[in-house]
Write a protein that binds this ligand. Structure first.
Ligand code: NAP
Length: 241
């Protein structure tokens, strides 16, 4: 057995620890998006594979028998490539994901599909907005320049952002309810925009928004081809067994 974990999430790191503890042969792969990725207890490679073909070649070269896609639910291209490359290579593939968040009583969610729809949802008078979507699609929000955007990012953006009014806070989850309540209050946040990532590490902002009665523009997950999906490390271990 030789496992390849496509990482970049808390779940991927938990799986890496579980495999290392059991001495199950495995490799870990990062896209290389953040400056200081978390060290893993497994041999680690960094950077894209070169599409479906590149990944299929890598799987063959490293004699991978089991591919676990533990990327973020919004890493759509990588997840599609994983499904196709595994099919092409005839190896088994499993996705380790977090269940999506679902609205609870007291939530005011506007659910949208895609970044463009989230941008359009912000048409209207100026507001203070917590834009908690990572750094990839921030420029799209230049189409709504009337708002003041608070950005919470892991790394400082390399290039200047085309958002006329914004402030960057550097922080990496997991976040706490107390911390997020303080953040929303301190910056006079009136609305949040976030991705439906699921999981515990970033849920505090939604609980805080509920407590403060703030609306949330929730970007729902991209649709993927049918695939086998589990939500726990134990389920991955059972699949491997
Ligand atoms: P993406 O758009 O689906 O992927 C773009 C390309 O990046 C892929 O085609 C692949 O390049 C490369 N790539 C992505 N994940 C990789 C991995 N684990 N190992 C090697 N190459 C990888 O992905 P993304 O949204 O940019 O996410 C990149 C990474 O950040 C992922 O590891 C993801 O788990 C993490 N992340 C993403 C988000 C998010 O909101 N999107 C949030 C938190 C963490 P090739 O085609 O050349 O193989």
């Amino acid at each position: 057995m030789n496992v390849l974990i496509l990482g970049g999430t808390t779940e991927a790191s938990a799986l890496a620890s579980a495999l290392a503890e059991r001495s199950i042969p495995a490799l870990f792969s990062y896209a290389g998006r953040v400056a200081t990725p978390k060290p893993q207890p497994l041999p680690t490679r960094v950077g894209g594979f070169g599409g479906v073909e590149g990944l299929a070649a890598f799987l063959a070269d490293k004699r991978i028998t089991h591919l676990v896609d533990a990327t973020h639910p919004f890493a759509e291209r990588m997840s599609r490539n994983a499904i196709l490359a595994a099919q092409r290579s005839g190896i088994r593939c499993l996705a380790l994901t977090r269940p999506p968040w679902v609205p609870q009583a007291g939530d005011h969610w506007q659910r949208v599909v895609g970044i463009e729809a989230a941008v359009n949802a912000l048409a209207g008078p100026p507001e203070c907005i917590l834009l908690a979507i990572g750094r990839q699609h921030l420029a799209a929000f230049a189409a709504q320049p009337q708002h003041h955007y608070l950005l919470r990012l892991v790394d400082r953006p390399e290039a200047s952002l085309p958002l006329p009014q914004h402030r960057v806070i550097l922080d990496r989850g997991p976040f706490t309810l107390e911390g997020d309540l303080a953040l929303l209050r301190e910056h006079g946040i009136q609305r949040l925009v976030c991705k439906n990532s699921g999981g515990e590490g970033a849920v505090a902002k939604l609980t805080a928004a509920r407590q403060l009665g703030l609306p949330v523009v929730m970007i729902e997950r991209p649709a993927l081809p049918e695939r086998r999906e589990v939500h726990s490390v134990e389920d991955v271990l059972a699949w491997l067994a």
